[in-house]
Design a protein around this ligand. Sequence first.
Ligand SMILES: NC(=O)CC[C@H](N)C(=O)O
Length: 310
Amino acid sequence: MNPCQDNKALKLMVQEALPHGKNGKVADYIPALSFANPTTLSLAIFDSEGTCAAAGDISEKFTLQSISKVIALALALMDRGEEGVFSRVGMEPTGDPFNSIIKLETHSPSKPLNPMINAGALAVTSLINGNTIDEKLGRLLAFVHELSGNTSISYNSEVSESEFKTADLNRSLAYFLKQHHVLTGNVEHVLELYTKQCAIEVDCQDLARIAFVIANEGKHVESARQIIPLHIARILKTFMVTCGMYNASGEFAIRVGVPAKSGVSGGIMACIPHGVGIGIYGPALDDKGNSIAGMKLLESLAQRYQLSIF
Ligand SMILES: NC(=O)CC[C@H](N)C(=O)O
């Protein structure tokens, strides 16, 4: 696997975007995330030639958080099929914050509107095959290893424990879903798996490689192996466009126009059809939970390289 090469043009773009982070704040509702350095920004871009260009400190690691929802959805769809997953979770954007409970009660039936909000992601995580939490997590990690080509990726237990102890809102969502038979099984087990899934730790280069596979119709560049079936890769990208940036997805589609998924750690994964994967890390967030400098950087990249799919 070729390591990413520093790129001068990208470095300039990172330097330009970085000051925008000053207007943001690192997430602290998960206490372990509050230690992140708000003045950092890094970028890796992996393309169909198998080359990777980078800028910023790409060795910095961060947890996937909501970006993991895309990966868990892929695995659940491979495990259960579309009917098995979409009987429990819908396909529509909400316009509400990612952890909102409101539409679960006002919508009938009370299944979560999509897999990118927390309620939908909890339902999806509960569908991953395996007899024990360890087995399910092991399958998820093996899948991440395959997508990224990096078998050393694991989860950060300090972050997962910090989230598990404080996840009362997600706990409420999950118990609500259990009451309405959307989620079956032990809620605490689902939360344990979900918080470990969110705490899977990567760097920008790993994220760019994962993004590439999704962008490239589910295929690896080196081996051309189909890791994710084509129709599932399309579903993932479509959800990323309609719901990937939470309740900022509409504005992001206009300003940037690429399938992307953010996480509250400050990561953004962007998948440019049909074969560029982008990984970004910038932990200062806006009030919707998206990386401010990261979004600015994607906007400049999209303008400069005409990336918008629209
Ligand atoms: N938006 C996010 O990244 C949310 C993920 C986080 N683990 C949570 O459930 O709150």
